[in-house]
Design a protein around this ligand. Structure first.
Ligand code: Z5A
Length: 212
């Protein structure tokens, strides 16, 4: 059996992660590749409970460190219950956000720095990283406009524009550092064009997959 791959989608709010994850699952299914679709924070019962705390309005005084630790607590459970078992069973994992979001939002947005995130990443992931990360990049104004049309704001979406500019810039720094893994896709284009670009990245990873 060839090794299952771990694919993550990243980007600021409204970049189109939710709109494209179903497309990716269908694209893979059409090529006989079974996948599991999941998200962070969340993906497990415990993780979804943490998600409610993180995104809801009940804990407005939440400290940035607390936020970061809750993200990684949800991630530890997610890896244990969903991600590692699926990969071990040969199922590809498609995840709407993962640790790059912690670097971008907590490391850059909240300005906690990358070192702390790196230490938690090491502790919780023990070397496991996504094989491919699709960074859907849009200008902040467009992302927020799209997200605003979709749903009521969550705790993050109440942040000032400067916060999202730091998050976006943080993502681009990560992509520059790991260009092989993190592929930047201009998601300000029409959906069909975005999906063509995603398809090209998927073709590459499937071809690589064939080589083991
Ligand atoms: N977070 C964190 O801080 N640290 C972490 O470690 C993790 C997460 C893991 C989770 O929210 C929050 O947690 C997130 C970061 C933080 N902050 N917030 N908020 P989430 O990921 O569940 O929610 P989100 O990022 O806000 O998702 P979203 O707003 O739903 O964005 P999206 O999934 O990328 O976009 P979408 O729903 O697919 O699209 C939005 C709208 O735009 C929709 O109406 C689409 O039809 C439309 N759309 C999408 N693509 C296009 C194109 N190409 N053209 C035109 N219209 C489009």
């Amino acid at each position: 059996m060839s090794r299952a791959r771990f694919i993550t989608l990243e980007g600021i709010e409204g970049a189109g992660k939710g709109s494209n994850i179903a497309f990716i699952a269908e694209w893979l299914a059409a090529r006989g590749i079974d996948s599991v679709r999941t998200r962070e924070p969340g993906g497990t019962e415990l993780g979804e409970a943490l998600r409610e705390m993180l995104l809801g309005f009940k804990h407005l005084e939440m400290a940035a460190d607390t936020e970061l630790l809750l993200m990684f607590a949800a991630r530890a459970q997610h890896l244990h219950e969903i991600i590692r078992p699926a990969l071990a069973a040969g199922r590809w994992v498609l995840c709407d956000r993962f640790t790059d979001a912690s670097y971008a939002y907590q490391g850059h947005g909240r300005q906690l720095g990358e070192e702390t995130i790196g230490a938690l990443e090491q502790l919780v992931q023990r070397g496991l990283k996504p094989d491919l990360t699709l960074l859907l990049d849009v200008p902040v104004e467009l992302g927020l406009e799209r997200a605003g049309q979709r749903s009521a704001p969550d705790r993050f979406e109440r942040e000032q524009r400067a916060f999202f500019e730091r998050v976006r810039a943080g993502y681009l720094v990560l992509a520059e550092r790991e260009p092989e893994r993190i592929r930047v896709i201009d998601a300000s284009r029409p959906l069909a064009e975005v999906q063509r670009a995603i398809g090209t990245c998927l073709e590459e990873i499937v071809a690589r997959e064939g080589k083991g």
